[in-house]
Design a binder for this molecule. Sequence first.
Ligand code: MOS
Length: 745
Amino acid sequence: MAEPTSARRQAGMQSAGMKKTNSERASPRYESREKVTGMARYPADMRLPRVAHAYLCTSRIARGTIQAFDLAAAKAVPGVLDILTHETIGDQPRQVPAIYQGGYLSDSFRPLGSAEIAYWGQPIAVVIAETYEIAREAARRIDVTYASQSPPAATIDSPEAVTQPLAPMDIDVGDFDVAYARAPVKIDTRYSTPAQHQNPMELFATQCVWEGDHLTVHEPSQYVNNLKFGLAEQLNIAPERIRVISTYVGGAFGAKGFLTQRTALIAMAARRLGRPVKLVATREQGFTVSGYRAETRHHVQLGANRDGRLTALKHEGWELTSRADTVAMGAVSMTTRLYACPNIVGRVNAVSADRSTPGFMRAPGEMPYAFALETALDELSCELDMDPIELRRVNDTRTEPVGGLPYTSRSLMQCFDSAAAAFGWKDRTRLPGSMRDGDWLVGWGCATAFYPTYAGNSAARVRLSADGRVHVSSATHELGQGAYTMMAQVAAEELGVPVEQVTVSLGDTDLPPAVVAGGSSTTASLAPAIMAACDAIRARLGVTDATSGTVSTAMATSGMGSIEEFAETRAPGLPADSIKGLYRGMATPFGGVHMADRVQFALGAQFVEVRVHARTHEIRVARAVGAFAAGRIINARTAHGQLVGGMIWGIGSALHEQTELDERNASYLNANLADYLLPVNADIHDIEAIMVPEEDSLVNAAGVKGVGEIGVVGVAAAISNAIHHATGRRLRDLPFRIENLMNET
Ligand code: MOS
């Protein structure tokens, strides 16, 4: 195992600044030609001979049992090949724990495990037919008799929902009650965020093909090895008999992170039938196939001195979860560590309802918890009549106040200063409603963005050929974020070859294993492994520096045809035996607030200008400027795309996105892209993402903090704060809509 030494880390950091030109650092996307020419093959595009088509039949109740199936009409549709129900499936997939219990699955519901119904949209039958249309037609002809237990607990506010405090997440520092009681200035407010769905453009697809007792799965995935090892347990076969291929993913955002219950059903259907089987779940089914961002509630209490210094901070969160799984993002672990404060309480509660298990959605805990804290801070700044940037400045800290641990690096105020300058903040007039432009009420607001720096164990293989060509491979994932580009660029830089000479393979369990593409950790996890493999190649050639083609020259004259090196790297803070997890589909990103000796975060500042129409109350975000410090940026182009994309997500989370529930049966009313509002081009005006230079040699050997999620964080609070500045109205419940500004509060 090659964990780079600290000397190597420092050398890497120095060379990172020295030998790369700006154009290299923004090299074009590796796979752009494939994508724009339609040549990129996504998992559902793979053509499998004699493939049969699957269609899911899903529950129309949220809680109860299936009393009877009448399959006669469905079976009568010509072309139907098989129908799986809990009665016909035979050997069921084995129960495998969810990731929250150290297993592999995104939830604990057992697919076709019994007559029990635990949520609306639960798969209750799978129809296999010669064509998609036949399967769909037959699925619609399945007659189900339910015994419904009503009413279900549909939402976090339902009387039937059960609230459970999660004591292990408690944070207690100093004496909050006393300090809060004595504080000269106080804020005591509540906030809420709705259920939201990731809605990747690419639907949830699975294709399974057996060759003898070997199974190949084509499925878009953020973690192909999780899929392989989890599925092996569900099917009770050796993991070596499963290969998962996912070379392109058409958006994921957390929804494709962990094995869902559908995959085993399709694998079993293919085995029974002796033919490949293809499933493409519908857009509506996608709302319950995988996890989602659960609705949350927040209670924030802040106490401060007149100079703005925080003396007391309490953040309590409530998060919806299913009956089967206790899932909570619990980001008070972060909101209590951002600012200096001597008296702190953090609390998290899970609220169980009759819903599918929630999961991860881009900045899963950070987005809602930052909305609450950063809006509360703005309310405090108004109470103090203090500039909101200054409020962050007086509470800035180099050590987090819960454990007293140092930040590895913290450039929060540099981000505020940089974004404020680009935004023109100095021209802001303090009073709400004071920046009117004709019929438009103009408001300027800002908020902190943060995301913990994670990295996981990862492995890579690099081959250098005598002709100077390089091949890099690892079972990592291309979600559109730029993994191919990053891999090619790191290898090119480390070996001193033009990036055009590098080819990349990823998204295949036959390759060296990598971490889940989650927690903004792909680059921070994998770049060190690629660097270590390149180090080993240079060592074999006796070359110490990679500038100006020295490596290729040495290679060309070495008499060797190629050199191939494999390297695995253990992420900082993980124990030695954690490397085993890498080979079992359990390479979990680690870091953030969980390190023994430090905390590590990427930080940023979000600024927005909103315009609220005085008569219609229409809310527009006219401008957004974000500045982010996230350690080393490997590729400015892909990083910029991530940050701007994240900020657009932030606008969506503030003004558009909400999964609407029908409380009668805990179903989703807008499970389609017509009714589930997402920002479109007309909603997005000027957006600027600034990358603030930052060096951090502690976070990992590459000095990378990651930018996949931070762009989302803080935007909703900045918009809330700007709406207050525009109108004097304080909105505390996402999303913000015209009707929220129509009635007096
Ligand atoms: Mo991301 S929500 O960690 O896939």
